[in-house]
Ligand binder design. Structure first.
Ligand code: UDP
Ligand code: MG
Length: 321
């Protein structure tokens, strides 16, 4: 199969049917052997029922139904695990991405790129709580990962199948696939894409997502640079602080023991204690970080989603991907 289009949906009852029609209209014209994989992320509205009907009418439509809400990233992972296409395209199910842009992304992969990432140069979302934080986050992510994209958060992206096969994603990490894949040496290109305002349904996110994205950025950073270990980052500062505090403390102890200078009431003494405490804290943080990174690797075998059923295709799976 040439192409799988993966669309995570959560409570998009008013969007799935028009989107379904739109996507198929675009893809039929390409002449490709394709499938559209909707991942229902535990919707509480009519979304799944509508998708079921659509899948029974359109053989190229596949529906993966989760048992409960696992989040957009988990839904995307399930899509990757089930996709049969040589190329996998991801997009939002709220009609904000324009299916008409898919052929543009595919053309870039034909040129030899491994990832074509959409760039919503004219993003139709609120400025203060969506566009501004995302702008700042994009700058930071680019700096930290060294992969410069204007719009990490744009879901409309095309991947060569081998880039996403077996990739393990957590939290808000779907946006970091280009960064994670960069150490495989993939070629990435950015393609300006259309962005439409949300007409039906509600956005599931607000400013609250930004801190989670930033936390996941830390994980990605550790993934990318195997040499930067938490204990080295925190430990170094912990040692410096602890050593300074210790020396300062030693100085006052000597003053006290040999020159009978009183210790209490001196700012320097308080500083020494603080520096030593901060040192202990930082070293402990580093150790915790080490444990955390290890745990991260240990937990990779655990499924990150749970499939209730797959509609429109036989083989069942359970997210071991
Ligand atoms: N989504 C999902 N699971 C969730 C939240 C969202 O599958 O827990 C889907 C949602 O239905 C949509 C896409 O992820 O297709 C993007 O969500 P949304 O439009 O709310 O985010 P925004 O575009 O505002 O960033
Ligand atoms: Mg949206």
């Amino acid at each position: 199969m040439d192409l799988s289009v993966v669309i995570p949906v959560y409570n998009e009852a008013d969007n799935v049917e028009p989107l379904h029609a739109e996507v198929h209209a675009v893809l039929e014209k390409t002449g490709l052997d394709y499938e559209v994989v909707f991942v229902d992320d535990g919707s509480k509205d009519e979304t799944l029922a509508i998708l079921e009907r659509l899948a029974s009418q359109q053989p190229r439509t596949v529906v993966i139904a989760f048992r409960r809400n696992f989040g957009q990233t988990a839904a995307m992972s399930a899509g990757f695990d089930h996709a049969l296409g040589q190329v996998v395209v991801t997009m939002d199910g709220d009609r904000q991405n324009d299916p008409a842009d898919i052929p543009k992304l595919l053309a870039k992969l034909d040129e030899g790129y491994d990832i074509a990432a959409g760039w919503r140069y004219d993003r139709q979302d609120a400025y203060l709580n969506r566009k501004l934080p995302s702008k700042l986050a994009n700058g930071l992510i680019s700096r930290i990962t060294g992969v410069e994209l204007h719009d990490y958060g744009c879901t409309l992206k095309a991947f060569r199948q081998e880039v996403v096969r077996g990739i393990r994603l957590y939290g808000e990490m779907h946006r970091f696939i280009p960064a994670i894949a960069s150490h495989m040496g993939v070629r990435i290109v950015e393609v300006p894409v259309n962005h439409r305002p949300r007409i039906a349904g509600k956005t599931k996110y607000g400013i609250g997502r930004t801190p989670r994205v930033l936390l996941d950025l830390i994980t990605v950073k550790f993934l990318l640079s195997y040499s930067t270990r938490p204990i080295q980052i925190f430990g170094r500062w912990g040692l410096i602080s602890g050593a300074l505090g210790f020396l300062l403390g030693l100085y006052y102890t000597i003053l006290k023991l040999f020159f009978s200078e009183p210790m209490w009431g001196k700012p320097g003494v308080i500083l020494a204690v603080l520096l030593m405490l901060v040192g202990v804290q930082l070293i402990s943080l580093g150790l915790l970080g080490e444990l955390q990174v290890r745990t991260y690797y240990e937990t990779q075998a655990k499924p990150i989603y749970n499939v209730l059923r797959v509609i429109g295709r036989p083989a069942p799976t359970d997210g071991q991907g």
